[in-house]
Structures are given as structure tokens and as C-alpha cells.
Design a protein around this ligand. Structure first.
Ligand code: URA
Ligand code: SF4
Length: 206
């Protein structure tokens, strides 16, 4: 089966994982993207924030959550009393998937397929193995289903401290799902969507 596993080195050193991820060809997404966007943050982080995939800005910068969604997330974290510098931020899929508007230069985000999420999952499991975090915050359905399985519904469980699946070996022990910050940016009532995101983040155990 084609996935990232044969590119993931043995051992738990985050720096080695990050380096190896640069040459991953575990699915087709490396072909059109600029670079792998691996997770970022301190090695002793107790909290992992999990997004869907890098966006246009992240693809160019090589860093997760540096674009508009990242700015909103930074603000929401601060408001919820979570120190951004103490969390590790990553994505379920580590290459940017996009289409081009007809004739245009603009790259438009395209949702990753389940196959691509599954193909990239070995990197996420390796990050959990290296970090041994206590809780993963699942931002949106793609992230939530990458960790909790395909029948998981964010709308039914958002803001609740859940047990993470046992196959993660207790690291993280907990998961907490909420909406994706991009969904807040698109919401008709942005203020209430933003407040609900902050409320969910307040339930993350310190
Ligand atoms: N959206 C994501 O899910 N991840 C990023 O890194 C940026 C935007
Ligand atoms: Fe590898 Fe993930 Fe990139 Fe696919 S998206 S090539 S599995 S790093």
C-alpha cells in the first residue's frame, strides 16, 4: 500500500522526522506543492493542535498556521488563556492540495481525500510518539476524523474532553474537537462562531 510509512525513520527525534518528511512521496500531493509543511513547536509541548493541511501561505513559508486562519487561531488561543509558544501545531496532511481557478494564478484549497489523510497518518503518529503529548485539539472534521475515526462528528462532541483512541498508547490520552479556524472566517455570523471556538479552547486542560 502506498503511504508515508516507508519514509518515516525509526526513533523519536522530532528533528530527524522533520528532515525525513521533506522527501516524503507517500501520496501524490508532494508533486504540485512547494514543500512539506511539518509540525512546529516545542518538543516538550503538552498540547498538540491539529489542522487539516497547509494553506497557500503555509506552503510558501514551510510553517503551519501562518496565514489568515493561523492569525485567527493565535487570537483565539490568547483569549482562551493558552500560550501559543507552548503548543505544537501540525496538520493531518502535510502537503498543500489545491486547484487553480481557470486561467488564474490563484491556488484554491481543495479538501484532502480520506486516502491522502490515511497515507499521511504515519507522520502524525510519529509526531505523537516523539512528543508524547497529553491532549490533541482537533480543528475541524478532517483532523477529528484522522484521530477519532470516520464516524466522528465535531458538531456532536465539540468542546468536550474525550478519551483519545487506545491505539495511540495514551499519548495523547485526551482529545478535544472544535471547528477549524477557516470555518470561523467563512461563517455568516463570524463573531458568534469565533466566541464558540474560544469557549471550546477554554476546555483544553492546562
Ligand atoms: N489550515 C490548516 O488546516 N492548517 C494550516 O496550517 C493552515 C490553514
Ligand atoms: Fe507524504 Fe503526507 Fe505529503 Fe502525502 S501529504 S507526500 S503522505 S507528507
Amino acid at each position: 500500500r502506498r503511504d508515508a510509512s516507508r519514509f518515516v525513520p525509526a526513533g523519536k527525534e522530532l528533528a530527524r522526522l522533520r528532515e525525513a518528511s521533506r522527501s516524503c512521496r507517500g501520496c501524490g500531493l508532494y508533486e504540485d506543492a512547494t514543500q512539506t509543511v511539518f509540525g512546529a513547536g516545542p518538543e516538550n509541548a503538552r498540547i498538540v493542535l491539529l489542522g487539516e493541511q497547509p494553506g497557500d501561505k503555509e506552503d510558501r513559508a514551510g510553517e503551519p498556521f501562518v496565514g489568515p486562519a493561523g492569525k485567527l487561531l493565535d487570537r483565539a488561543l490568547a483569549e482562551a488563556g493558552i500560550d501559543r509558544s507552548e503548543v505544537y501545531v501540525t496538520n493531518a496532511v502535510k502537503h498543500f492540495k489545491f486547484t487553480r481557478a481557470e486561467g488564474g494564478k490563484q491556488r484554491i484549497h481543495k479538501k484532502p481525500s480520506r486516502t491522502e489523510v490515511v497515507a499521511c497518518r504515519p507522520w502524525l503518529l510519529a509526531e505523537f510518539g516523539a512528543l508524547q503529548p497529553e491532549v490533541v485539539v482537533l480543528l475541524g472534521a478532517t483532523a477529528a476524523q484522522a484521530v477519532m475515526g470516520t464516524s466522528f462528528k465535531v458538531t456532536e462532541s465539540r468542546g468536550e474532553l474525550l478519551s483519545a483512541p487506545e491505539d495511540l498508547g495514551g499519548h495523547p490520552a485526551h482529545a478535544l474537537a472544535t471547528v477549524h479556524p477557516s470555518a470561523v472566517l467563512r461563517a455568516p455570523d463570524r463573531d458568534s462562531a469565533y466566541s464558540a471556538l474560544v469557549d471550546d479552547l477554554r476546555a483544553v486542560p492546562g
